[in-house]
Design a protein around this ligand. Structure first.
Ligand code: ATP
Length: 401
């Protein structure tokens, strides 16, 4: 259907980018990007009509999103060249051919395309030797000004290198070093830099990439206080273990992995420096507080736990329930003994979700006059329950009575 739709709308259509790359690497990828020489929106509408799919078109950009009935999405773009009016600024767009469209991409491995038109269905198009680079496991930019045009590509290089187990080509490494030396990051907005950092920290094992960023002095280029130490590196590796452990035991993981790693990266900074980094990189206020204030409280709590353990469940709960999940995972990583680690894991897996079954309504039925006492009573019930003294609601009622 798709080839026919391309033919009928008088255009050439190609699947491009990550999908083709991952096809050659035998990796799963569910993001389909189609580039069209001609009118992308017309093609999207023609194809959608064959499937009774929905289309959202953005005529200003010549792009469209097709949503198939199973929810699967296909992005369609009209082939375009981007002109950078100023280095590191957002580009301006104009219609053009596939080759020119692919030329503006980041790495050769992302420039492969597969034609969809019926007569050439399945033909692999390789304008920039992307196939060879996939075979050689090499990341190479397409032209020498690539990193100056868009410094976020440096982060992408580091991310892909680790994700695919590739190496950045020699010339590409030199161009990265030059770009950093030239200070390209001064012109990159904090929010865009952070977007790329988050993408790296959300990879399944970001630690090698973080080390690589450090090697390129990229962290320090964003803020001089972001220098990686031996201790931080160790803590990053422990964080990965703690995160994996947490995700195994959590029923629904709502933990932001990137935030745990980012908190760790900031550990060598003073509070002032850490806050400055967070502001430059445009983190939300609660994220900044988590990385600075809550982390300090966590360090303090860890010292206290090391002296106090073993503790009754109710006291352990009192010490830990104030912390967000990310901070608790950080604490598991930063704990200096297995005993502390186990206590935190015990809190996360067993204690955190415990609640009294009895409610205010039940207290009223027991003849207790409503008021601030209720809260105290419910805390006492919770403590007793945490300590294993109450099993059922009847136990709780008897306890209150
Ligand atoms: P991921 O798996 O992380 O989504 P991806 O490469 O499959 O990576 P995107 O990051 O969404 O997917 O990028 C889609 C395509 O757009 C890529 O194949 C790449 O060629 C291109 N692209 C994305 N960012 C840039 C950039 N900063 N400069 C040039 N091309 C880019």
């Amino acid at each position: 259907d798709i080839g026919k739709s391309a033919d009928q709308s008088g255009c050439n259509a190609f699947v491009v980018g990550g999908f083709v790359r991952d096809l050659l690497l035998y990796r799963k990828n569910e993001d389909i990007d189609i580039v069209v020489e001609g009118d992308g929106i017309l093609f999207a509408k023609a194809f959608a009509a064959t499937r009774q799919a929905r289309v959202h078109a953005y005529s200003k950009f010549g792009t469209a999103v097709i949503t198939l009935d199973d929810g699967f999405k296909v992005d369609v773009a009209t082939a375009r060249t981007e002109y950078y009016t100023a280095p590191a600024a957002l580009p301006e767009v104009e219609k053009s051919s596939l080759k020119a469209d692919l030329y503006r991409r980041d790495f050769t491995i992302n420039t492969l395309a597969i034609q969809l038109n019926q007569s050439r269905y399945g033909t692999l198009i390789d304008h920039f030797a992307g196939q060879k680079d996939i075979k050689d496991k090499t990341l190479r930019i397409i032209h020498n000004l690539s990193f100056v045009e868009d410094p976020t590509r440096i982060f992408r290089a580091v991310r892909f290198e680790s994700r695919f187990g590739f190496s950045i080509g020699k010339l590409t490494v030199r161009l990265i070093e030059n770009a950093i030396r030239m200070g390209v990051f001064k012109r990159l907005s904090g929010a865009r830099a952070m977007g790329e950092i988050i993408a790296i920290l959300e990879e399944s094992d970001p630690v090698p990439s973080i080390l690589r960023l450090h090697e390129f002095r990229l962290l320090a280029a964003l803020h001089p206080a972001m220098a990686l130490t031996e201790t931080t590196t160790q803590l990053l590796m422990e964080s990965r273990k703690a995160l994996d452990g947490y995700e195994l035991m959590a029923e629904d993981s709502n933990c932001l992995r990137w935030l745990v790693y980012f908190m760790v990266i900031l550990t060598p900074c003073t509070s002032g420096e850490a806050r400055e980094v967070c502001r430059i990189l445009r983190l939300a206020k609660w994220q900044e507080d988590l990385c600075v204030r809550e982390r300090q409280q966590a360090d303090h709590c860890l010292k206290r736990l090391a002296k106090e353990l073993p503790l009754d469940n109710s006291i352990l709960y009192a010490r830990l329930h104030v912390f967000k999940t990310e901070v608790l995972v950080y604490m598991m990583a930063a704990a200096d003994s297995n005993r502390t680690r186990k206590a935190i894991a015990h809190f996360l897996s067993r204690l955190r979700s415990v609640r009294p079954e009895i409610q205010g309504r039940d207290l009223k039925n027991l003849g207790l006059p409503p008021g601030p006492r209720y809260k105290k009573i419910l805390i006492q019930v919770l403590d007793a329950k945490l300590n294993g003294l109450l099993q059922t609601k009847e136990d709780e009622t008897a306890f209150v009575a």
